[in-house]
Design a protein around this ligand. Structure first.
Ligand code: 5AD
Ligand code: SF4
Length: 459
Protein backbone atom coordinates (compact mmCIF):
# COMPACT_ATOMS: atom_id res chain seq x y z
CA UNK A 1 0.00 0.00 0.00
CA UNK A 2 2.91 2.32 0.74
CA UNK A 3 4.52 1.48 -2.60
CA UNK A 4 1.29 2.45 -4.32
CA UNK A 5 1.00 5.65 -2.28
CA UNK A 6 4.61 6.54 -3.09
CA UNK A 7 3.72 6.27 -6.77
CA UNK A 8 0.80 8.62 -6.22
CA UNK A 9 3.14 11.06 -4.47
CA UNK A 10 5.49 10.93 -7.47
CA UNK A 11 2.60 11.56 -9.87
CA UNK A 12 1.42 14.48 -7.74
CA UNK A 13 4.86 16.07 -7.66
CA UNK A 14 5.27 15.60 -11.42
CA UNK A 15 2.27 17.89 -11.85
CA UNK A 16 4.26 20.55 -9.97
CA UNK A 17 7.21 20.15 -12.33
CA UNK A 18 9.34 17.85 -10.19
CA UNK A 19 11.17 14.88 -11.67
CA UNK A 20 12.39 11.79 -9.88
CA UNK A 21 16.13 11.37 -9.40
CA UNK A 22 17.88 8.13 -8.52
CA UNK A 23 20.44 10.10 -6.51
CA UNK A 24 19.46 11.46 -3.12
CA UNK A 25 22.26 14.06 -3.27
CA UNK A 26 20.80 15.63 -6.42
CA UNK A 27 17.31 16.05 -4.95
CA UNK A 28 15.79 19.49 -4.23
CA UNK A 29 12.85 17.83 -2.53
CA UNK A 30 12.97 14.66 -0.43
CA UNK A 31 9.74 13.00 0.62
CA UNK A 32 9.83 10.08 2.99
CA UNK A 33 6.73 7.89 2.92
CA UNK A 34 6.55 6.06 6.25
CA UNK A 35 5.03 2.96 7.84
CA UNK A 36 4.20 2.53 11.52
CA UNK A 37 2.73 -0.97 11.58
CA UNK A 38 5.45 -2.10 13.96
CA UNK A 39 7.86 -0.15 16.17
CA UNK A 40 10.82 -1.09 13.97
CA UNK A 41 9.32 0.54 10.87
CA UNK A 42 8.84 3.77 12.77
CA UNK A 43 12.43 3.69 14.11
CA UNK A 44 13.73 3.25 10.56
CA UNK A 45 11.81 6.32 9.42
CA UNK A 46 13.30 8.49 12.15
CA UNK A 47 16.81 7.25 11.57
CA UNK A 48 16.52 8.10 7.85
CA UNK A 49 15.17 11.56 8.69
CA UNK A 50 18.13 12.04 11.03
CA UNK A 51 20.56 11.28 8.22
CA UNK A 52 19.04 14.08 6.11
CA UNK A 53 20.21 16.77 8.58
CA UNK A 54 23.69 16.88 7.02
CA UNK A 55 22.24 17.15 3.54
CA UNK A 56 20.07 20.07 4.52
CA UNK A 57 23.06 21.85 6.08
CA UNK A 58 24.95 21.58 2.81
CA UNK A 59 21.90 22.58 0.75
CA UNK A 60 19.69 24.92 2.77
CA UNK A 61 17.13 25.21 -0.05
CA UNK A 62 16.35 21.48 0.24
CA UNK A 63 12.72 20.75 1.13
CA UNK A 64 12.17 17.70 3.34
CA UNK A 65 8.71 16.22 3.83
CA UNK A 66 7.47 13.20 5.73
CA UNK A 67 4.22 11.50 4.80
CA UNK A 68 2.35 8.28 5.50
CA UNK A 69 1.42 6.58 8.74
CA UNK A 70 4.18 7.89 11.05
CA UNK A 71 3.30 11.42 9.89
CA UNK A 72 -0.39 10.79 10.57
CA UNK A 73 0.37 9.35 13.99
CA UNK A 74 2.88 11.93 15.26
CA UNK A 75 1.72 15.10 13.45
CA UNK A 76 3.31 18.32 14.71
CA UNK A 77 5.46 16.38 17.20
CA UNK A 78 7.75 15.39 14.32
CA UNK A 79 8.51 19.03 13.50
CA UNK A 80 9.78 19.47 17.05
CA UNK A 81 11.81 16.29 16.97
CA UNK A 82 13.29 16.90 13.49
CA UNK A 83 14.38 20.55 13.19
CA UNK A 84 15.33 20.31 9.50
CA UNK A 85 11.87 19.07 8.47
CA UNK A 86 9.60 21.34 6.36
CA UNK A 87 6.43 19.29 5.95
CA UNK A 88 4.40 16.63 7.75
CA UNK A 89 1.51 15.31 5.67
CA UNK A 90 -0.87 12.54 6.68
CA UNK A 91 -2.35 9.56 4.87
CA UNK A 92 -5.24 11.56 3.43
CA UNK A 93 -3.19 14.60 2.37
CA UNK A 94 -1.48 13.24 -0.78
CA UNK A 95 -4.14 15.01 -2.83
CA UNK A 96 -3.09 18.36 -1.36
CA UNK A 97 0.65 17.74 -1.63
CA UNK A 98 1.42 20.01 -4.66
CA UNK A 99 -0.34 22.94 -2.96
CA UNK A 100 1.54 22.31 0.29
CA UNK A 101 4.91 22.20 -1.49
CA UNK A 102 4.06 25.37 -3.47
CA UNK A 103 3.35 27.16 -0.23
CA UNK A 104 6.65 26.03 1.29
CA UNK A 105 8.55 27.12 -1.84
CA UNK A 106 6.92 30.55 -1.74
CA UNK A 107 6.95 31.25 1.99
CA UNK A 108 9.65 28.93 3.35
CA UNK A 109 7.27 28.02 6.17
CA UNK A 110 6.84 24.71 8.00
CA UNK A 111 3.50 22.91 7.51
CA UNK A 112 1.58 20.09 9.19
CA UNK A 113 -1.45 18.66 7.34
CA UNK A 114 -2.84 15.54 8.99
CA UNK A 115 -6.53 16.28 8.47
CA UNK A 116 -8.71 13.17 8.19
CA UNK A 117 -12.38 12.93 7.34
CA UNK A 118 -14.81 10.26 8.55
CA UNK A 119 -15.80 9.49 5.00
CA UNK A 120 -12.93 10.46 2.78
CA UNK A 121 -13.59 10.90 -0.88
CA UNK A 122 -10.92 8.56 -2.06
CA UNK A 123 -8.29 10.38 -4.00
CA UNK A 124 -8.48 9.21 -7.61
CA UNK A 125 -5.75 10.74 -9.70
CA UNK A 126 -6.34 10.82 -13.44
CA UNK A 127 -4.88 7.51 -14.59
CA UNK A 128 -1.68 8.53 -16.29
CA UNK A 129 0.99 6.45 -17.88
CA UNK A 130 3.70 6.22 -15.32
CA UNK A 131 7.29 6.89 -16.27
CA UNK A 132 8.38 3.33 -15.76
CA UNK A 133 6.26 0.37 -16.53
CA UNK A 134 7.13 -2.84 -14.79
CA UNK A 135 5.21 -6.00 -15.41
CA UNK A 136 3.40 -6.22 -12.10
CA UNK A 137 1.74 -3.35 -10.26
CA UNK A 138 -0.27 -2.67 -7.15
CA UNK A 139 -3.71 -1.06 -7.29
CA UNK A 140 -5.38 0.16 -4.14
CA UNK A 141 -9.08 -0.71 -4.21
CA UNK A 142 -9.92 0.40 -0.68
CA UNK A 143 -8.30 2.30 2.14
CA UNK A 144 -8.56 2.31 5.91
CA UNK A 145 -9.93 -0.41 8.15
CA UNK A 146 -12.93 -0.90 10.46
CA UNK A 147 -11.77 -4.10 12.14
CA UNK A 148 -9.88 -2.75 15.14
CA UNK A 149 -7.67 -5.73 15.90
CA UNK A 150 -6.33 -4.80 19.32
CA UNK A 151 -2.63 -4.81 18.32
CA UNK A 152 -3.09 -2.76 15.17
CA UNK A 153 -2.47 0.90 14.46
CA UNK A 154 -4.01 0.92 10.96
CA UNK A 155 -7.56 2.10 11.85
CA UNK A 156 -6.03 5.07 13.71
CA UNK A 157 -3.60 6.18 11.02
CA UNK A 158 -5.49 5.23 7.87
CA UNK A 159 -8.97 6.02 9.07
CA UNK A 160 -12.29 4.30 8.36
CA UNK A 161 -12.63 1.79 5.59
CA UNK A 162 -13.73 3.18 2.22
CA UNK A 163 -13.77 1.66 -1.25
CA UNK A 164 -12.83 3.22 -4.56
CA UNK A 165 -15.42 3.29 -7.31
CA UNK A 166 -15.00 0.24 -9.60
CA UNK A 167 -14.91 2.41 -12.75
CA UNK A 168 -11.85 4.25 -11.42
CA UNK A 169 -10.15 0.97 -10.53
CA UNK A 170 -10.87 -0.55 -13.95
CA UNK A 171 -9.68 2.59 -15.76
CA UNK A 172 -6.49 2.64 -13.78
CA UNK A 173 -5.75 -1.03 -14.52
CA UNK A 174 -6.52 -0.50 -18.22
CA UNK A 175 -4.01 2.37 -18.31
CA UNK A 176 -1.43 0.13 -16.68
CA UNK A 177 -2.11 -2.69 -19.15
CA UNK A 178 -1.77 -0.27 -22.08
CA UNK A 179 1.72 0.54 -20.84
CA UNK A 180 2.80 -3.12 -20.63
CA UNK A 181 1.60 -4.29 -17.21
CA UNK A 182 0.57 -7.96 -17.15
CA UNK A 183 -0.26 -8.53 -13.50
CA UNK A 184 -2.03 -6.48 -10.85
CA UNK A 185 -2.33 -6.98 -7.12
CA UNK A 186 -5.53 -5.48 -5.73
CA UNK A 187 -4.90 -3.96 -2.31
CA UNK A 188 -7.12 -3.47 0.71
CA UNK A 189 -6.92 -4.24 4.43
CA UNK A 190 -9.93 -6.51 4.08
CA UNK A 191 -10.84 -7.04 0.43
CA UNK A 192 -13.84 -9.22 1.34
CA UNK A 193 -15.72 -6.15 2.48
CA UNK A 194 -14.98 -4.22 -0.72
CA UNK A 195 -17.88 -1.99 -1.76
CA UNK A 196 -20.24 -3.14 1.01
CA UNK A 197 -20.50 0.18 2.83
CA UNK A 198 -20.88 2.17 -0.37
CA UNK A 199 -23.30 -0.31 -1.99
CA UNK A 200 -20.90 -0.82 -4.90
CA UNK A 201 -20.03 -4.16 -6.47
CA UNK A 202 -18.98 -7.06 -4.25
CA UNK A 203 -15.31 -8.05 -4.30
CA UNK A 204 -15.97 -11.12 -6.46
CA UNK A 205 -17.97 -8.98 -8.91
CA UNK A 206 -15.03 -6.58 -9.05
CA UNK A 207 -12.71 -9.53 -9.71
CA UNK A 208 -14.97 -10.63 -12.57
CA UNK A 209 -14.73 -7.13 -14.10
CA UNK A 210 -10.96 -7.02 -13.72
CA UNK A 211 -10.74 -10.46 -15.31
CA UNK A 212 -12.40 -9.11 -18.47
CA UNK A 213 -9.61 -6.57 -19.07
CA UNK A 214 -7.92 -7.67 -22.25
CA UNK A 215 -4.16 -8.06 -22.11
CA UNK A 216 -4.10 -8.50 -18.33
CA UNK A 217 -2.76 -11.97 -17.56
CA UNK A 218 -2.74 -12.34 -13.81
CA UNK A 219 -4.67 -11.00 -10.84
CA UNK A 220 -3.59 -11.20 -7.22
CA UNK A 221 -5.11 -9.61 -4.16
CA UNK A 222 -4.23 -8.95 -0.56
CA UNK A 223 -5.45 -9.05 2.15
CA UNK A 224 -8.41 -11.26 2.89
CA UNK A 225 -9.53 -11.36 6.54
CA UNK A 226 -10.25 -14.96 7.64
CA UNK A 227 -13.48 -13.93 9.40
CA UNK A 228 -14.97 -12.80 6.06
CA UNK A 229 -13.29 -15.30 3.77
CA UNK A 230 -16.16 -17.30 2.30
CA UNK A 231 -17.26 -19.84 -0.28
CA UNK A 232 -18.01 -17.09 -2.79
CA UNK A 233 -14.35 -16.11 -2.86
CA UNK A 234 -13.29 -19.77 -2.94
CA UNK A 235 -15.51 -20.22 -6.00
CA UNK A 236 -13.90 -17.17 -7.60
CA UNK A 237 -10.59 -19.03 -7.68
CA UNK A 238 -12.26 -21.65 -9.85
CA UNK A 239 -14.30 -19.29 -11.98
CA UNK A 240 -11.64 -16.68 -12.66
CA UNK A 241 -8.79 -18.14 -14.68
CA UNK A 242 -6.61 -15.03 -14.30
CA UNK A 243 -6.76 -15.21 -10.52
CA UNK A 244 -3.47 -16.64 -9.27
CA UNK A 245 -3.22 -19.83 -7.21
CA UNK A 246 -2.22 -18.03 -4.05
CA UNK A 247 -3.93 -16.54 -1.07
CA UNK A 248 -2.47 -14.57 1.81
CA UNK A 249 -4.71 -15.32 4.78
CA UNK A 250 -3.22 -13.81 7.96
CA UNK A 251 -4.08 -15.91 11.00
CA UNK A 252 -1.93 -14.09 13.63
CA UNK A 253 -2.21 -16.85 16.29
CA UNK A 254 -3.38 -20.42 16.75
CA UNK A 255 -4.73 -19.88 20.26
CA UNK A 256 -8.44 -19.16 20.68
CA UNK A 257 -7.75 -17.20 23.84
CA UNK A 258 -5.23 -14.93 22.08
CA UNK A 259 -7.38 -14.62 18.94
CA UNK A 260 -10.18 -13.37 21.17
CA UNK A 261 -7.90 -10.85 22.89
CA UNK A 262 -6.74 -9.75 19.45
CA UNK A 263 -10.39 -9.20 18.42
CA UNK A 264 -9.91 -11.35 15.32
CA UNK A 265 -13.47 -12.78 15.42
CA UNK A 266 -12.65 -16.36 14.40
CA UNK A 267 -11.37 -19.45 16.20
CA UNK A 268 -8.55 -21.79 15.30
CA UNK A 269 -11.04 -24.43 14.12
CA UNK A 270 -12.95 -21.95 11.97
CA UNK A 271 -9.68 -20.95 10.32
CA UNK A 272 -8.70 -24.59 9.74
CA UNK A 273 -12.15 -25.29 8.35
CA UNK A 274 -11.84 -22.46 5.81
CA UNK A 275 -8.40 -23.68 4.76
CA UNK A 276 -9.80 -27.21 4.28
CA UNK A 277 -12.70 -25.93 2.15
CA UNK A 278 -10.32 -23.82 0.06
CA UNK A 279 -8.01 -26.80 -0.54
CA UNK A 280 -10.99 -28.99 -1.36
CA UNK A 281 -11.90 -26.70 -4.22
CA UNK A 282 -8.37 -25.59 -5.18
CA UNK A 283 -5.89 -28.34 -4.19
CA UNK A 284 -2.98 -26.55 -5.85
CA UNK A 285 -3.41 -23.26 -4.03
CA UNK A 286 -0.49 -21.79 -2.09
CA UNK A 287 -1.41 -20.36 1.29
CA UNK A 288 0.71 -17.82 3.14
CA UNK A 289 0.00 -16.07 6.41
CA UNK A 290 1.08 -13.54 9.04
CA UNK A 291 1.77 -14.52 12.64
CA UNK A 292 2.44 -12.47 15.75
CA UNK A 293 4.46 -14.00 18.59
CA UNK A 294 4.52 -12.65 22.12
CA UNK A 295 1.13 -10.93 22.16
CA UNK A 296 0.45 -9.74 25.76
CA UNK A 297 -0.52 -12.72 27.92
CA UNK A 298 0.64 -15.36 25.40
CA UNK A 299 1.52 -18.45 27.46
CA UNK A 300 3.60 -21.45 26.38
CA UNK A 301 0.32 -23.30 25.84
CA UNK A 302 -0.96 -20.50 23.57
CA UNK A 303 2.27 -20.54 21.60
CA UNK A 304 2.02 -24.33 21.24
CA UNK A 305 -1.46 -23.86 19.74
CA UNK A 306 0.16 -21.60 17.13
CA UNK A 307 2.77 -24.26 16.32
CA UNK A 308 -0.01 -26.85 16.14
CA UNK A 309 -1.95 -24.73 13.65
CA UNK A 310 1.19 -24.37 11.54
CA UNK A 311 1.67 -28.16 11.54
CA UNK A 312 -1.94 -28.64 10.47
CA UNK A 313 -1.93 -26.04 7.69
CA UNK A 314 1.65 -26.33 6.39
CA UNK A 315 1.81 -22.80 5.00
CA UNK A 316 3.78 -22.15 1.83
CA UNK A 317 5.30 -19.12 3.51
CA UNK A 318 4.87 -17.14 6.69
CA UNK A 319 5.61 -13.57 7.77
CA UNK A 320 6.20 -13.71 11.50
CA UNK A 321 6.56 -10.71 13.79
CA UNK A 322 7.34 -10.08 17.43
CA UNK A 323 4.47 -8.16 18.98
CA UNK A 324 5.19 -4.47 19.56
CA UNK A 325 3.08 -1.83 21.32
CA UNK A 326 1.61 0.73 18.94
CA UNK A 327 0.16 4.14 19.85
CA UNK A 328 -3.63 4.04 20.39
CA UNK A 329 -3.86 0.28 19.82
CA UNK A 330 -5.75 -1.21 22.82
CA UNK A 331 -3.25 -4.06 23.36
CA UNK A 332 -0.67 -1.43 24.32
CA UNK A 333 -2.61 -1.14 27.59
CA UNK A 334 -2.90 -4.93 28.08
CA UNK A 335 -1.03 -6.38 31.05
CA UNK A 336 1.29 -9.43 31.09
CA UNK A 337 3.67 -8.19 28.41
CA UNK A 338 6.07 -10.84 27.12
CA UNK A 339 9.80 -10.11 27.52
CA UNK A 340 11.93 -9.38 24.44
CA UNK A 341 14.14 -12.50 24.90
CA UNK A 342 11.03 -14.69 25.19
CA UNK A 343 9.47 -13.15 22.07
CA UNK A 344 12.72 -13.61 20.23
CA UNK A 345 12.99 -17.26 21.32
CA UNK A 346 9.42 -17.99 20.18
CA UNK A 347 10.06 -16.28 16.85
CA UNK A 348 13.12 -18.45 16.31
CA UNK A 349 11.21 -21.67 17.07
CA UNK A 350 8.40 -20.63 14.77
CA UNK A 351 10.70 -19.66 11.89
CA UNK A 352 12.59 -22.94 12.16
CA UNK A 353 9.36 -24.91 11.95
CA UNK A 354 8.15 -22.85 9.02
CA UNK A 355 11.40 -23.39 7.14
CA UNK A 356 10.70 -27.12 6.97
CA UNK A 357 7.32 -26.44 5.30
CA UNK A 358 8.63 -23.75 2.94
CA UNK A 359 11.38 -26.14 1.83
CA UNK A 360 8.99 -29.07 1.50
CA UNK A 361 6.56 -27.02 -0.64
CA UNK A 362 9.37 -25.71 -2.85
CA UNK A 363 10.96 -29.15 -3.24
CA UNK A 364 7.62 -30.59 -4.32
CA UNK A 365 7.87 -28.41 -7.43
CA UNK A 366 11.15 -29.95 -8.64
CA UNK A 367 10.56 -31.48 -12.06
CA UNK A 368 7.36 -29.55 -12.73
CA UNK A 369 7.01 -27.00 -15.50
CA UNK A 370 5.84 -23.63 -14.26
CA UNK A 371 4.61 -20.79 -16.43
CA UNK A 372 6.08 -17.58 -15.12
CA UNK A 373 5.91 -14.01 -16.36
CA UNK A 374 9.44 -12.73 -16.90
CA UNK A 375 9.70 -9.67 -14.69
CA UNK A 376 13.33 -8.63 -15.12
CA UNK A 377 16.88 -9.57 -14.33
CA UNK A 378 17.56 -11.26 -11.05
CA UNK A 379 18.66 -9.01 -8.17
CA UNK A 380 22.34 -9.85 -8.45
CA UNK A 381 22.52 -8.80 -12.07
CA UNK A 382 20.28 -5.76 -11.91
CA UNK A 383 22.46 -4.31 -9.16
CA UNK A 384 25.56 -5.11 -11.22
CA UNK A 385 24.47 -2.59 -13.81
CA UNK A 386 23.68 -5.03 -16.61
CA UNK A 387 21.71 -3.10 -19.22
CA UNK A 388 21.48 -5.38 -22.22
CA UNK A 389 20.18 -8.92 -21.75
CA UNK A 390 22.38 -11.63 -23.26
CA UNK A 391 22.66 -15.42 -23.22
CA UNK A 392 24.05 -15.44 -19.67
CA UNK A 393 21.39 -13.12 -18.38
CA UNK A 394 19.73 -14.42 -15.27
CA UNK A 395 16.01 -13.71 -15.40
CA UNK A 396 13.49 -13.73 -12.62
CA UNK A 397 9.73 -14.10 -12.40
CA UNK A 398 7.06 -15.67 -10.22
CA UNK A 399 4.86 -18.71 -10.45
CA UNK A 400 1.11 -18.37 -10.18
CA UNK A 401 1.62 -19.52 -6.58
CA UNK A 402 3.89 -16.48 -6.01
CA UNK A 403 7.19 -18.34 -5.77
CA UNK A 404 10.27 -16.67 -7.21
CA UNK A 405 11.89 -18.53 -10.12
CA UNK A 406 15.31 -17.65 -11.55
CA UNK A 407 16.73 -19.01 -14.79
CA UNK A 408 19.33 -18.33 -17.49
CA UNK A 409 18.18 -17.05 -20.85
CA UNK A 410 20.93 -19.12 -22.46
CA UNK A 411 19.38 -22.38 -21.26
CA UNK A 412 16.43 -21.91 -23.59
CA UNK A 413 16.56 -24.43 -26.48
CA UNK A 414 17.44 -22.53 -29.69
CA UNK A 415 17.74 -19.44 -27.59
CA UNK A 416 18.05 -16.75 -30.19
CA UNK A 417 14.44 -16.10 -29.15
CA UNK A 418 14.09 -12.97 -27.10
CA UNK A 419 12.83 -12.90 -23.57
CA UNK A 420 11.56 -9.55 -22.41
CA UNK A 421 9.64 -8.37 -19.37
CA UNK A 422 6.06 -9.54 -19.65
CA UNK A 423 6.83 -12.66 -21.71
CA UNK A 424 5.39 -15.93 -20.43
CA UNK A 425 8.19 -18.45 -20.06
CA UNK A 426 7.65 -22.09 -19.12
CA UNK A 427 10.39 -23.07 -16.73
CA UNK A 428 11.25 -26.60 -15.62
CA UNK A 429 12.17 -26.45 -11.94
CA UNK A 430 15.54 -28.05 -11.12
CA UNK A 431 16.42 -26.75 -7.68
CA UNK A 432 14.54 -25.53 -4.65
CA UNK A 433 16.05 -23.07 -2.17
CA UNK A 434 14.51 -21.56 0.94
CA UNK A 435 13.12 -18.49 -0.80
CA UNK A 436 13.39 -19.18 -4.51
CA UNK A 437 13.43 -21.81 -7.20
CA UNK A 438 15.92 -22.36 -10.00
CA UNK A 439 15.03 -23.80 -13.38
CA UNK A 440 15.57 -24.21 -17.12
CA UNK A 441 13.35 -22.37 -19.57
CA UNK A 442 11.76 -24.90 -21.93
CA UNK A 443 9.39 -22.79 -23.96
CA UNK A 444 8.33 -19.21 -24.49
CA UNK A 445 4.65 -18.72 -25.02
CA UNK A 446 3.88 -16.82 -28.19
CA UNK A 447 0.43 -15.70 -27.06
CA UNK A 448 -1.05 -14.12 -24.01
CA UNK A 449 -2.99 -17.27 -23.11
CA UNK A 450 -2.46 -19.72 -20.31
CA UNK A 451 -0.55 -17.90 -17.64
CA UNK A 452 -2.34 -19.19 -14.60
CA UNK A 453 -0.97 -22.53 -13.60
CA UNK A 454 0.53 -25.80 -14.60
CA UNK A 455 -2.75 -26.98 -16.09
CA UNK A 456 -2.47 -24.52 -18.93
CA UNK A 457 0.89 -25.82 -20.13
CA UNK A 458 0.60 -27.46 -23.53
CA UNK A 459 3.68 -29.49 -24.48
N1 5AD B 1 3.09 -5.97 16.51
C1 5AD B 1 3.59 -6.95 15.73
N2 5AD B 1 3.10 -7.26 14.52
C2 5AD B 1 2.07 -6.52 14.06
N3 5AD B 1 1.36 -6.56 12.92
C3 5AD B 1 0.43 -5.60 12.93
N4 5AD B 1 0.50 -4.91 14.09
C4 5AD B 1 1.51 -5.47 14.81
C5 5AD B 1 2.07 -5.20 16.10
N5 5AD B 1 1.59 -4.25 16.89
C6 5AD B 1 1.61 -7.56 11.86
C7 5AD B 1 0.38 -8.44 11.64
C8 5AD B 1 -0.14 -7.93 10.33
C9 5AD B 1 1.13 -7.53 9.63
C10 5AD B 1 0.96 -6.61 8.48
O1 5AD B 1 1.88 -6.90 10.64
O2 5AD B 1 0.80 -9.78 11.52
O3 5AD B 1 -0.87 -8.89 9.60
FE1 SF4 C 1 -5.08 -4.00 11.32
FE2 SF4 C 1 -6.89 -5.92 11.81
FE3 SF4 C 1 -7.43 -3.94 10.07
FE4 SF4 C 1 -5.63 -5.82 9.40
S1 SF4 C 1 -7.84 -6.17 9.76
S2 SF4 C 1 -5.43 -3.59 9.15
S3 SF4 C 1 -4.69 -6.25 11.38
S4 SF4 C 1 -7.12 -3.71 12.27
Amino acid sequence: MNVYDSELIAIQMATSGYQQTPSLEKADLVILNTCTIRAKAEQKAFSFLGRLARMKKKKPGLIVGVGGCVAQQEGAKILKRVPHLDLVFGTQAIERLPALINKIEAKRCRIVDVAMSENPDLFDPAPTERNHSPVARFVTIMRGCDNFCTYCVVPYVRGRESSRHPDNIINEIKTFVDSGVKEVTLLGQNVNSYGKKEGLLSFTELLARVQRIEGLLRIRFTTSHPKDFDQELINAFQANDKLCNHIHLPVQSGSNRILKRMNRKYTKDQYLDKVAKLRDTCPEIAITSDMIVGFPGESDADFNETLDLMRKVEFDGLFAFMYSDRPNAPATRFKAKISEPQKSERLQILLELQETYTKKKNEALIGSIQPIIAEGFSKKQSSGGLDEPNQATQWTGRTSTNKIVNFYHGDLPGSCVDIFPGKIVHVQIDKAYAHSLWGKPVEIEPTAEGSKGEKSYAA
